[in-house]
Ligand binder design. Structure first.
Ligand code: ADP
Ligand code: ZN
Ligand code: MG
Length: 475
């Protein structure tokens, strides 16, 4: 029997507001434990929450960017549960009337586009953090995170593979970053993903029993956990057993999922509208005001890059996946209108360095000015491609390529007479290879070019070397 997976994601995005959602405490990450707390976020009796308007602004932004319907009236609700990191004994969230419903995010996997529907986008407060002492049977609670604003984005069960789930998550993160409402850092927990997954026989039109997966703090973990869970569920069914509806944790070191607890139902939380907060009315003019602040979004930017710069879809996809990288690219192309050359270099040398350090382009010392200077030196034949690649790491660290080339004497050797002498020498030193060439193994020329490059420390103009070698060998 052939099976297919059905996946729906619940994503929590921590918002980049300066203060918390219902009080004026700072949201800053990494402060001393319990230094960003007040009676409101500590849940003291008699205190009252006051909504931070910026949170609603940010939520409207995301709703607009995902084509969701914004409810003219939405309501905060209390989600009741007991846990030591939740001082009030309930979390303020939204339930029956969320901020927005519907909408979609478009993804592309293996060249085919697909819209993943959204169920809802709602606002809520984060809980605190428990810190467990490794050496003693003691746990501490840090309430700095209590009341930090979150958006929860719930998708329809529209994804059919781990690849689609990861593509959705990446696109959602890209949109959040473009909007500058969440930094998208999964390791630090500012973007968290719970994945719901079930399997069913291919062609079936009913869903199987789903399992909720938690504790995945990278794209790789999401992929791995889903792959594991698909295999586990299929094996159960083929064995005549049933999938149990439950919450499972991904064990990173073992690459498996393990049962954590039975799944709660909505009625376990005894939701009811929060009597301390008035319903939120969102007017058309408020929405219009926010709409005017929306930047060009990743999909639109990608389409424009393909048209305007004639970039292949693949290049455009990668370069527009980050707003900062796309802006860097455009600044370069403006100063040096060779879009494909700029793109090639960004996709290889630049991204290699960025990935190595896990940085965004604006967190580095690489400037469009220096980068364009380097590409011009290459394009005008002043330096060879191997030299350009060799000095790139220094340029990346902020050095002026022109200066490096002058100080180190790296200008390309294009002087025919000088190069011919070196070619001659290389041919004389390798008579066997010359023989091979003359017997028809023309690709030996690559070997000779390599030798000349070595001899000149990469400074020889490869085009000129090729011409000279061909002439000498064909004599
Ligand atoms: P619950 O009431 O159990 O929380 P919801 O209907 O609210 O379930 O859905 C929660 C998430 O689970 C959504 O992202 C939804 O797309 C996904 N989901 C729902 N049913 C399934 C299923 N059978 N298989 C996989 N995912 C599902
Ligand atoms: Zn507070
Ligand atoms: Mg639910």
């Amino acid at each position: 029997m052939d099976f297919e997976a059905v996946i729906g994601l619940e994503v929590h995005a921590q918002l980049l507001t300066k203060s918390k959602i219902f009080c004026t405490c700072s949201t800053e990450f990494g402060a001393a434990p319990n230094s960003h707390v007040c009676p409101v976020c500590c849940g003291m009796p008699g205190t009252l929450p006051v909504l931070n308007k910026r949170v609603v602004d940010f939520a409207i932004k995301l709703a607009l960017a995902t084509n969701a319907r914004i409810n003219p009236v939405s309501v905060f609700a209390r989600k009741n549960y007991f846990y030591p990191d939740l001082p009030k004994g309930y979390q303020i969230s939204q339930y029956e009337l969320p901020l927005a419903e519907g909408g979609y995010i478009e993804i592309e996997v293996n060249g085919s586009k697909k819209k993943i529907g959204l169920v809802r986008i709602h606002m809520e407060e984060d809980a605190g953090k428990l810190i467990h002492d490794e050496t003693r049977p003691v746990s501490y609670v840090d309430l700095n995170r209590t009341g930090v604003p979150l958006l929860e984005i719930v998708s329809e069960p529209d994804m059919r593979s781990p690849e689609e789930a990861v593509a959705y998550l990446k696109k959602l993160r890209s949109i959040l970053r473009y909007l500058e409402i969440c930094d998208g850092n999964m390791e630090e927990g500012s973007l968290r993903c719970d994945a719901n997954i079930s399997v069913r026989p291919k062609g079936s039109d009913t869903f199987g029993t789903k399992v909720e997966l938690k504790n995945m703090n990278s794209f790789k973990h999401v992929q791995k956990a889903l792959e594991y869970e698909i295999k586990r569920q299929i094996a159960l069914i083929l064995d005549g057993k049933e999938v149990v509806q439950e919450t499972r944790l991904f064990d990173v070191s073992r690459g498996i999922t393990q049962s954590m607890r039975g799944k709660e139902e909505a009625h376990d939380y005894r939701y009811f509208p929060d009597p301390d907060l008035v319903p939120i009315e969102i007017t058309e003019s408020w929405i219009e005001e926010i709409a005017e602040t929306l930047p060009e979004l990743p999909d639109a930017k990608k389409e424009r890059f393909i048209k305007e710069y004639n970039l292949p879809e693949y290049d455009a996809e990668i370069i527009t996946s980050s707003r900062k990288l796309a802006e860097f690219y455009e600044a370069c192309v403006k100063a040096f209108p060779k879009p494909k050359l700029v793109s090639n270099w960004i996709m290889t040398e630049v991204l290699r360095e960025l990935n190595k350090e896990g940085k965004e382009i604006d967190e580095t010392a690489l400037t469009p000015e220096n980068f364009v200077k380097l590409l011009k030196l290459l394009d005008e034949g002043v330096i060879s491609s191997p030299v350009a690649k060799k000095i790139f790491p220094e340029v990346y660290k902020g050095a002026d390529p022109q200066k490096i080339v002058e100080e180190k004497g790296l200008k390309q050797e294009s002087d025919e007479a000088a190069l011919e002498a070196i070619c001659q020498k290389i041919l004389e030193a390798n008579p066997k290879e010359v023989e091979k060439y003359r017997q028809g193994k023309k690709n030996v020329i690559g070997f000779f070019v390599g030798q000349v490059m070595r001899e000149t420390k990469g400074k020889a103009n490869p085009k000129v070397v090729n011409q000279i070698l061909t002439r000498l060998l064909e004599q």
